[in-house]
Design a protein. Structure first.
Length: 161
């Protein structure tokens, strides 16, 4: 019996140390933006000229203290995918973008709301606000921008895959 009590104490100590050290993901608090998000086209609204979005997927992951962001967009009348990628911190500093209508982004975050500012030649050309629902299953992205004098905006509703 004493041997059993000692084993239980040892196991409890190991579990406690593991949780306190942050080795278990739930002990650290997960980033609510991380995951694969699929656009619900029927629930989304776009106010822009050009080819309409027929499908969009956002894949967000972490790499150290950075968020790694990939957005794949398929447009009506176009066979290929438009891919935007970047890695950034939530520190408001500028980071390079590949494949976007802007060359840099800066990101800030407060709880379940992330604000991304897209910049081209140092000028802000788009602001996007990303909000994750309390249950963590819906991402709403509201964009406002100006692309060479053409203003646009959207409210996009994504569902976590």
């Amino acid at each position: 019996m004493q041997n059993c009590v000692c084993r239980f104490g040892l196991i409890a100590a190991i579990v406690g140390i593991t949780v306190l050290s942050g080795a278990v993901p739930f002990a650290q608090g997960a980033d609510p933006f991380v995951g694969t998000w699929v656009l619900n086209v029927d629930k989304s609204q776009f106010q822009a000229a050009g080819a309409a979005v027929r499908a969009r997927t956002i894949i967000a992951d972490t790499k150290g203290d950075m968020i790694v962001f990939t957005q794949n967009t398929y447009r009506v009348g176009q066979d290929g995918v438009a891919k935007i990628t970047y890695e950034a911190r939530y520190d408001g500093k500028d980071y390079p973008v590949t494949g976007g209508a802007f060359s840099q982004v800066s990101i800030t975050r407060a709880d379940n709301v992330l604000t991304r500012k897209g910049k081209e030649r140092g000028m802000e050309v788009e602001t996007a606000t990303f909000s994750v629902s309390p249950d963590g299953m819906t991402l709403t992205v509201v964009t406002k921008g100006n692309n060479y004098g053409q203003t646009y905006g959207s409210t996009q509703i994504f569902e976590k895959k």
